[in-house]
Design a protein. Structure first.
Length: 170
């Protein structure tokens, strides 16, 4: 693959997939600025590995994994935990199309209340539509862990949404 073909293929991929990659990063981290950083990190790594990744036929899987790993690395840093608690108080919800079900305030608040690992599993399984095995491979977890994390996360989401409906209707 010559440089012109490489750059054209990469540019086509980015043009087609960037909105979904941004949305994934945003759903995972909850911050538009951090989501941009995650996508830029992922795309920079993808560009370097482009010929190898294209050969596997799995560029989405590669980029998803980079986004998730970069986010998990970021939240493990002690200074980020302090910043996040202050920033979370200032965020009023996602910027997006309010007609989309994942953009409703109550769903967004419930999703944000999940543990980071549970949130990532929900995003990969239900936003990307990955199978249990694909999610496990992306995250480097066992399929059983993915199943249990998904089950716990969905239970917490249901409880939070049921509680919201009880308080707004009753």
């Amino acid at each position: 693959m010559n440089r012109t073909e490489r750059e054209a293929g990469f540019a086509d991929y980015v043009a087609a997939r960037r909105p979904k990659l941004y949305r994934t990063a945003y759903l995972v981290c909850g911050d538009p600025h951090e989501a941009e950083d995650l996508v830029q990190t992922a795309l920079a790594k993808l560009y370097v590995a482009w010929p190898r990744v294209v050969a596997t036929g799995q560029p989405d899987a590669y980029v998803r994994r980079v986004i998730v790993n970069a986010h998990l690395d970021e939240i493990r840093r002690p200074h980020r935990r302090r910043e996040r608690s202050t920033r979370d108080e200032l965020l009023d919800g996602p910027a997006g199309d309010p007609e989309r079900p994942e953009d409703t305030d109550e769903l967004w608040q419930a999703l944000r209340a999940l543990a980071p690992g549970q949130r990532v599993v929900v995003v990969l399984r239900h936003y990307w539509g990955l199978s249990v095995n694909e999610t496990a491979e992306t995250l480097g977890l066992s399929p059983g862990t993915v199943k249990s994390q998904t089950s716990c996360a969905l239970e917490r989401l249901r409880a939070a949404l049921d509680q919201h409906h009880l308080t707004t209707r009753g």
